[in-house]
Write a protein that binds this ligand. Structure first.
Ligand SMILES: N[C@@H](CCC(=O)N[C@@H](CS)C(=O)NCC(=O)O)C(=O)O
Length: 360
């Protein structure tokens, strides 16, 4: 199979590190302009990476869905080994890494590493062009990414809080990776692949961000390099246990305290949207809502996609009964995620033809 992706891309990092660890046979094809025009646009309908083309010609898009599909087809080694605690921790980290760390990743890229990112975009899109033309192409491609910052909630008012939050996360991860090789212990799991997306493609690989990470968090740098090298391909921790390293709990608490209010409000906004709109199709964003990070208050777009990821987590949580349910609920209250226990999503969304629609 082929993966159309790029070193410079967040979600390519997530999928690549998963495929490498899983030992699945694939070829990574750089997402040049030709690939976007002849492969991605006709088969997916919009411009996005990474995209997988299976050997039978089937196209897959969305790293969460692709990983779930490959896990179902090849259950061993498992990307989520163990019971409810490890499962919920993995899904929470995936949601936080995919949908919340985008603030730090995009802020640092476009406010500290802009020239590098533009030259990377240009070289990726048109590898055969001279450097000057690549820069012009890079500028054009970068424009919508750089312009997305306000919609994500990155503004003068929130930038200090975004930096404070990222540096706090780096401190917590530094403590963790000084003791453990991976998120759940001795072998890579889903949380590693998800965190690797932003922590490699943007926050390690972009030069100014890489410098910051090297200064502040050398053990995180070593983890990035360990995941990248896939040196522990195919290894996994025992599925018979459900323990979590104590040092990962502060990261999970951070994920809940920063992201959970936004997640709950997203659910409320989608409910309102569903009550006032007849069509099933959903735009990528439905209006704006306020959020708080550290001491700052900002506004960001409401993304229905975020609810789709949250549904995965809630469905898993609601599938538990008996001891597993007790263990899940205790765990969530330990990390400040108790609100998830009572959450019932009335207006569900689902993916159809690589787009999100209201499930009704
Ligand atoms: N949820 C998607 C996100 C993919 C994504 O946002 N990819 C970025 C590059 S890392 C992109 O192509 N964005 C273009 C866009 O969102 O319009 C996934 O998991 O695959």
């Amino acid at each position: 199979m082929k993966m159309y992706g790029a070193e410079v891309s967040y979600f390519s990092g997530k999928l690549r590190s998963y495929l490498d660890w899983k030992g699945l046979d694939y070829e990574e094809v750089p997402a040049t302009r030709d690939v976007y025009v002849h492969k991605i646009l006709p088969n997916i309908g919009w411009l996005v990476i990474p995209v997988v083309e299976l050997s039978d010609g089937t196209f897959l898009q969305d790293t969460t869905e692709i990983i779930r599909r490959f896990e179902a087809a090849h259950p061993s080694p498992p990307a989520i080994p163990g019971g409810p605690r490890r499962t919920l921790a993995s899904l929470l980290l995936e949601l936080y890494a995919d949908e919340w760390l985008v603030l730090a990743a995009m802020h640092y890229r476009w406010n500290y590493n802009r020239d590098f990112a533009i030259s990377e975009f240009g070289a990726l899109s048109a590898p055969a062009m001279p450097a000057g033309e690549q820069l012009a192409i890079g500028e054009r491609i970068a424009k919508p990414f750089a312009e997305a910052l306000p919609a994500l909630g990155i503004s003068e008012a929130t930038i200090p809080a975004i930096e404070q939050s990222y540096l706090g996360l780096l401190r917590e991860l530094e403590r963790h990776f000084s003791v453990h090789d991976y998120v759940l212990g001795a072998a890579p799991t889903l949380g590693d692949f998800a965190l690797f997306g932003p922590l490699y493609a943007h926050l390690y690989r972009d030069p100014a961000s890489g410098e910051l990470m090297r200064q502040r968090a050398p053990a995180v740098v070593r983890w990035v390099e360990r995941v990248r090298s896939a040196k522990d391909r195919g290894t996994h921790i025992s599925s018979d246990e459900d323990a979590l390293p104590a040092t990962i709990l502060p990261v999970l608490r951070r994920a809940c305290s920063e992201h959970l209010p936004v997640l709950l409000d997203t659910v409320r906004e989608i409910e309102k949207h569903a009550a006032t709109h007849r069509e099933r199709e959903l735009p990528r964003a439905i209006g704006f809502h306020a959020f708080t990070l550290a001491e700052a208050t900002g506004r960001r777009a409401v993304f229905p996609y975020t609810q789709w990821m949250l549904q995965n987590l809630c469905d898993r949580l609601q599938s538990y009964s008996g001891d597993d349910e007790q263990s899940a609920l205790t765990f969530l209250s330990e990390i400040g995620g108790g609100d998830l226990s009572s959450l019932r999503i009335k207006s569900r969304v689902r993916r159809e033809n690589f787009q999100l629609i209201l499930d009704r």
